[in-house]
Design a protein around this ligand. Structure first.
Ligand SMILES: *[C@@H]1O[C@H](CO)[C@@H](O)[C@H](O)[C@H]1NC(C)=O
Ligand SMILES: *[C@@H]1O[C@H](CO)[C@@H](O)[C@H](O)[C@H]1NC(C)=O
Ligand SMILES: *[C@@H]1O[C@H](CO)[C@@H](O)[C@H](O)[C@H]1NC(C)=O
Ligand SMILES: *[C@@H]1O[C@H](CO)[C@@H](O)[C@H](O)[C@H]1NC(C)=O
Ligand SMILES: *[C@@H]1O[C@H](CO)[C@@H](O)[C@H](O)[C@H]1NC(C)=O
Ligand SMILES: *[C@@H]1O[C@H](CO)[C@@H](O)[C@H](O)[C@H]1NC(C)=O
Ligand SMILES: *[C@@H]1O[C@H](CO)[C@@H](O)[C@H](O)[C@H]1NC(C)=O
Ligand SMILES: *[C@@H]1O[C@H](CO)[C@@H](O)[C@H](O)[C@H]1NC(C)=O
Ligand SMILES: *[C@@H]1O[C@H](CO)[C@@H](O)[C@H](O)[C@H]1NC(C)=O
Length: 890
């Protein structure tokens, strides 16, 4: 009944759209922007690589601290600033092992670390249970992949193969504390059973080097069942080859060992770690360095010499093959493991092709060269910058390139000449910083990823929101691949992308509800189209999914639609552009202007702040219901808003989601009471503990001060969070990495941050005197130079800026800078200046909502849904309690 009245502003917005209205940048500045970028091509002057500071640092400290490896400058091995172990404790779930950029083979030691070993290895004290060859990095969900682990015994008790431990339940060994070492393309660790294990990797194969003490007997300690016991074993190594994966998801499998060559092969069907369905994986291992003494198979703990191959139809336990060796000549055994998602033959062929020579040195060197080249898209002058900060920076950039993984040529689902990347895990996390960063530093890879998304749509009927191991993962919020695709379009990634199909794919997200929207597309679309929001009491007859997250899905659907309108506009679908632009205003339907921020303080007294107006859930008749504004923030019920827990927000609070209006910050700022109230509110968000930087939605609010003309505060907060939450310790990431936490710190340290889905980067003070980024145009660089750079990080406020020598007042730049190159000079000082504070200096907002739209809306809300009702409904405080606390009466 409220359908036509509930959303009076839609009319206004529809008039507003003709064409996209560019707000915040008045006409005059727009011309300036255009002029500046025309000049930038002409003026990108050659630069001197050795600035005075750098030269001085070079003389004082040598090339290490001079930092740059720019053209002609001293070449510094930037890989020494990459520490892959960062984020391997404290829930970071980072994969620290050997991998190439986007590599399918990812070798590491797997640890038995409950709830923490999502990527295999954890920097803790749990046992090593094997070495395996495929992983994901930084994910939540169950442990990922880890199929076909090898476990190495230096010998078996009484020289009896049957007395070695085979099952994952018993075969653990402790590690030597502090022995884990990692660098790009290399990982090593020492275990208390006397083995020194090293590993390196190519695209689809891993090479292990196991070194033994060399003595006739070995004192083996640290068993799973008898941690304090020690056993003396004779030297005769035995390698166990299990068909389990890390999460024990194997359904069936096959395994075989060739008694003559020792070649071990296996296959299995497994479950994905945060999704539905299954995938098949294949394995092939060859060994060098020692004579084969004996081979066989095992089931759980029982090993036998025959049979040499077997099939598991259904079994939950360890099962596989083993190979026992004579004493190795030089006390070293090499294990070369090929993996594939196509067949055992392909797994063997991958290994033979990529590591024909078993040369550990060559493979490791090749991996380092690939990493150097990839990371070489960025150069810094690190004069005066601590080793720790440099390590934070380069390691974050490195992690951004670990995943999605390149499974091109390994797609087990369909034949296609298109690239196939996997482990979009999840786009909900990665669209905000990781994909925008790849668009700058590795546009070719990002283009292949976008082509993959389009090909997935072609073959599966929907774009993924989350995908791993050829399976559909769970959709956390909106259909945010729409944003990735629009972003690629705006950033000029064109080569080979079929934009017509890409457009069809995003329109399918926006228009057609799938039967099971928990794993693709969107839910509640009929209401979304007719009411402009997802009602809390929606009766969705078109599809099923976990009915929750009405606010967070809603603000994301609105932004997805807004981004689709850009694509529609760019591809000439002008009617669609208006339609999606209108839907991009649906965020405002969640805005309850009277919602108070009520909470209990640490004396358990009911308090409220004077921030009024929050995104709130709504019923189908238009009335608002209530979710406490702080629920699912670190200060209140932190862990209650997941996929299917029934709350209206996902992994965050209404406080957080009330800031998610990147398309129309100008309107949001008005609703929040104007720029100064908005800045107070955003500052309160960061100081009150409500903000959480361990999840990706936390990134943009660090920079949203820009929209209120206070870019200095964005610089202030980036310098607060780095290094206090993003640093070079193994704990150094505030949440699971998702290959995204590192993208945030890398962006922030370079001095800009993307508004994903728009051609906008918000400028802040870099952590380096100079950052150079390889531009799309060959030979050009985008250079960001910090004038008056302060190594003490006290002068962190931009005072003035010049783009290619011309005064630049906007507090944001566009992607053209990274396409064509140029020089952006930022002069910094210790006090907030006036740079970027003018009304015309702020980033664009698009008029999806207008002042004057709210009165009718307010009337509807006023009908019996005041604050008292809200408090009661939320069960947070009793009716009137807010009043007793000296609060407000509405
Ligand atoms: C690990 O083992 C190797 C080879 O035995 C040895 O050189 C190295 O010192 C050991 N490292 C630690 C930390 O124990
Ligand atoms: C084996 O090592 C353990 C732990 O270091 C030690 O307590 C034990 O004495 C050693 N046994 C022999 C026979 O050396
Ligand atoms: C597992 O079972 C499925 C279904 O019966 C079969 O298609 C597949 O080949 C089996 N996989 C292995 C590795 O045995
Ligand atoms: C292992 O062998 C023991 C003794 O022969 C037997 O009781 C047990 O059932 C076997 N376990 C498996 C999993 O085959
Ligand atoms: C992905 O793998 C394919 C096949 O190996 C290769 O041709 C392509 O260059 C790779 N893409 C990237 C971005 O590395
Ligand atoms: C962006 O892409 C278009 C189409 O490929 C091309 O014409 C244009 O020159 C590109 N712009 C830049 C700045 O590279
Ligand atoms: C919902 O289902 C109806 C009936 O099948 C169909 O006509 C309509 O297009 C569907 N709407 C959406 C948004 O999928
Ligand atoms: C609430 O607003 C009043 C007046 O605007 C101000 O004096 C007071 O400090 C504010 N309180 C809080 C907690 O922000
Ligand atoms: C490093 O970051 C972690 C995670 O955010 C944080 O807990 C820790 O206190 C930080 N350490 C330092 C030394 O700043």
């Amino acid at each position: 009944m409220l359908r036509s009245e509930a959303l009076p502003y839609r009319k206004v917005a529809s008039m507003a759209f003709a064409p996209l209205r560019f707000r915040g940048v008045p006409r005059r500045s727009r011309l300036v922007v255009i002029a500046v970028f025309c000049l930038c091509a002409l003026l990108s002057l050659p630069r001197h690589d050795l600035s005075i500071g750098k030269t001085l640092a070079f003389f004082l400290f040598g090339p290490g601290l001079a930092g740059s490896h720019g053209h002609g400058g001293p070449r510094v091995d930037i890989l020494r600033f990459v520490d892959p172990l960062i984020g391997t404790a404290n829930g970071g779930h980072v994969f620290p092992g050997a991998s190439l950029p986007y590599g399918m083979a990812k070798a590491v030691a797997d640890t038995r670390s409950p709830a923490e070993n999502a990527a295999g290895f954890v920097s803790d004290h749990h046992q090593i249970i094997g070495f395996s060859h495929m992983h994901d990095s930084g994910t939540g969900g169950n442990p990922s992949l880890g199929n076909f682990p090898l476990f190495v015994h230096p010998g078996c008790l009484e020289d009896d193969y049957a007395k070695c431990d085979y099952s994952v339940l018993y075969r653990g060994t402790n590690r030597i504390p502090g022995s884990a070492y990692a660098s790009p393309g290399y990982f090593s660790i020492n275990t208390t059973n006397g083995v020194h294990a090293e590993m390196t990797a190519t695209e689809h194969a891993a090479l292990y080097r196991f070194t033994f003490p060399g003595t006739d007997t070995i004192n083996v300690t640290g068993f799973e069942d008898q941690p304090r016991e020690s056993r003396i074993v004779p030297y005769s190594p035995l390698i166990v080859i299990d068909t389990l994966d890390l999460s024990g998801s194997r359904q069936n499998g096959t395994f075989a060992i060739d008694p003559d060559t020792g070649r071990a092969t296996a296959s299995g069907r497994y479950g994905p770690s945060f999704g539905q369905g299954f995938y098949d994986a294949y394995f092939c291992a060859d060994f060098r360095g020692a004579e084969i003494r004996n081979t066989g198979t095992f089931l759980v703990q029982n090993a036998t010499v025959t049979p040499k191959h077997a099939k598991i139809v259904y079994s939950m336990g360890s099962a596989g093959t083993w190979v026992q060796f004579q004493k190795p000549e030089d006390h070293t055994i090499l294990a070369r493991v090929g993996v594939s998602f196509i067949s055992v033959d392909k797994a063997c062929a991958n290994a033979e092709k990529e590591i024909p020579d078993f040369s550990f040195l060559r493979v490791e060197k090749a991996a380092r060269e690939v990493w150097s080249e990839k990371l070489g898209a960025v150069e810094v002058d690190a004069t005066g910058v601590s080793e720790e900060l440099q390590t934070t920076f380069w390691s974050g950039l490195y992690r951004t390139l670990l995943s999605p993984q390149n499974y091109t040529g390994e797609n087990q689902l369909w034949n296609s000449s298109e690239p196939y990347f996997d482990s979009f895990y999840c786009i909900w996390d990665s669209f905000r910083a990781q994909h925008p960063l790849l668009s700058i530093i590795d546009p070719e890879a990002q283009t292949e990823m976008v082509r993959t998304l389009v090909d997935i749509y072609r073959h599966e009927g929907k774009l993924p929101d989350c995908r791993m191991s050829f399976c559909k993962g769970y959709t956390q919020g909106g259909s945010n691949a729409d944003i990735v695709i629009a972003d690629a379009f705006l950033k000029n990634l064109t080569a080979g992308i079929d934009w017509d199909t890409a457009y069809e794919a995003v329109v399918s997200d926006a228009e057609e509800e799938p039967a099971h929207w928990g794993a693709e597309g969107r839910g509640n679309l009929v209401s979304w189209h007719e009411l402009g929001y997802i009602p809390r009491d929606d009766n969705d007859v078109n599809g099923t999914g976990p009915f929750s997250r009405t606010i967070s899905r809603g603000v994301e659907y609105a932004y997805d639609d807004f981004c689709i309108s850009f694509l529609a506009q760019g591809l000439g679908h002008t009617n669609d552009a208006s339609k999606y632009f209108l839907r991009g205003g649906n965020w405002a339907n969640y805005w309850n202007p009277r919602q108070r921020d009520v909470y209990r303080d640490n004396r358990d007294e009911v308090m409220q702040t004077n921030f009024t107006g929050f995104m709130q859930p709504r019923l189908s008749d238009g009335t608002f219901t209530y979710q406490n504004t702080r629920t699912c923030s670190p200060v209140h019920d932190t862990h209650s808003c997941y996929y299917d827990t029934g709350f209206d927000t996902y992994e965050g609070s209404p406080w957080l989601y009330s800031f998610f209006v990147p398309q129309d910050m100008s309107a949001l700022i008005k609703l929040m009471g104007g720029p100064s109230r908005f800045v107070k509110r955003l500052n309160f968000f960061h100081t009150s503990g409500i903000s959480y930087m361990g999840n990706e939605q936390g990134f943009l609010p660090v920079y949203q001060f820009h929209y209120a003309g206070r870019p200095a505060l964005s610089s202030y907060w980036t310098h607060q969070y780095i290094p206090s939450l993003f640093n070079a310790t193994v704990n150094g990431i505030p949440g699971n990495d998702d290959c995204a936490m590192g993208a945030f710190s890398a962006f922030a340290m370079m001095g800009f941050f993307p508004v994903a889905g728009q051609d906008v980067y918000l400028l802040s003070t870099p952590f380096f005197p100079e950052v150079r980024i390889r531009a799309k145009i060959p030979g050009k660089w985008a250079v960001i130079r910090t004038k008056n750079f302060d190594p003490e990080r006290k002068a962190i406020y931009i005072q003035s800026a010049k783009l290619n020598g011309r005064r630049y007042d906007l507090n944001w730049i566009s992607h053209e800078f990274f396409l064509k190159g140029g020089v952006l000079e930022l002069e910094v000082g210790a006090e907030e200046g006036t740079w970027g504070t003018g009304e015309g200096d702020v980033p664009p907002s698009y008029a999806t909502w207008e002042e004057g739209d709210e009165p009718e809306n307010l009337k509807i809300i006023g009908q019996g849904q005041g604050v008292e009702g809200d408090l009661d409904e939320g069960g947070e405080v009793g009716i009137g309690a807010g009043l007793e606390a000296g609060g407000f009466y509405v």
